[in-house]
Write a protein that binds this ligand. Sequence first.
Ligand SMILES: [Zn+2]
Length: 441
Amino acid sequence: MAETLIRGAAHVATMDDGAAGTDVLIRDGVIAAVGQGLTTQGQVIAAQGCLVTPGLVNTHHHLYQTLTRAVPAGQDALLFGWLRTLYPIWARFTPDHVAVATQLGLAELALSGCSMSSDHLYLFPNGVRLDDTIHAAAEVGLRFHPTRGAMSIGESAGGLPPDALVEDETTILEDAIRVIDAFHDAAPGSMCRVGVAPCSPFSVSRELMRDAAILARDKGVRLHTHLAENDEEVAFSLERFGCRPGQYAEDLGWTGDDVWHAHCVKLDADEIALFARTGTGVAHCPCSNCRLGSGIAPVRAMVDAGVRVGIGVDGSASNDAASLVDEARQAMLLARVSRGADAMSGAKALRLATRGGAEVLGRDDCGRIAPGFRADIAIWDMNGVEAAGNWDRSALLLAGPRKVRDLFVEGRQVVRDGHLMTIDLPRLIRRAERLLADLMA
Ligand SMILES: [Zn+2]
């Protein structure tokens, strides 16, 4: 029986109404107890002066984009122009690019306190498969929710992506079935759950959206896409489909407690009510929304209406950072820009980034520090300069630190003293630099 005791924390933000204390006992990957004065025969992690939180949960990402951060021609473009700049670069990606980018992105997330991440891979050039991301993620050791994305309408058919990056719809659905059968694990404590995720309503057909929803429900997996990201997309929806994005989603089976949509910046009051009524989740990506000038998502209105909301860093080409703790801080700040200083507390934003994200991903076994939940735990050292002078050690999102000291996933230590334990990060960065030199040549 493997036990680890996190002992003597300054504060444990359990995100659970019942559990409280300064110590957390982990046994065989699960939280066995939360309290004070706990003991163990196993490993002890001293947490004096530290804040302990659930591992943060990232609900939206395109990890492959980690090799295309800050591409000059895309730095100041709006969404559609930004995509047109990047598609030709992504068309040159191989399985090696995708694997290295996936590990880099997950490493950055882990160091920012993230224990579970979804990923949305929607282009498969040069033999790339979803499998490449799944194998790469397993080495890093984070809980992983990859989604099989897709684009099927290329430029010649009036779509945005070049024809070389789109697939035919039969291939898309058959490959989704293949990866679900090969990798999806529905059991409690699962380290890998696969979802189905056509890229967006403007890059696949109405039929594929509908068939993807039918397939996901047949297989018992979740559905994910981009929705209502900016004004251009809403205008496209009205012109092409004759309705707003929320109506389009509802008509095609894309609402329900097994669905989560990224962005939702432009949801109107009726759409927010629809999402609340149906249990549909939202991945709020504030940095990306700022970066692409998309707008401010009505998160406070969503939360007030009862919509399930998690935080996502979005792809590394539109953020271009992937720090989840910074993203949660940005969510807190951006809500205040539109609704005032009391629109979102630091504690509330942290809750969205932990328990909220777990709920959006359908993980009723993660996101809280309470007996029976999986041992995904972040330890933040409040003894350093970023937290010096801080009156409230639970106020992580107002003052620092911005890097986690220790991170546990399923009870396994992935980060220790600010360093990744699972992969050789300097070597990975050198590999990335070689791939980048080729891409830029
Ligand atoms: Zn995205």
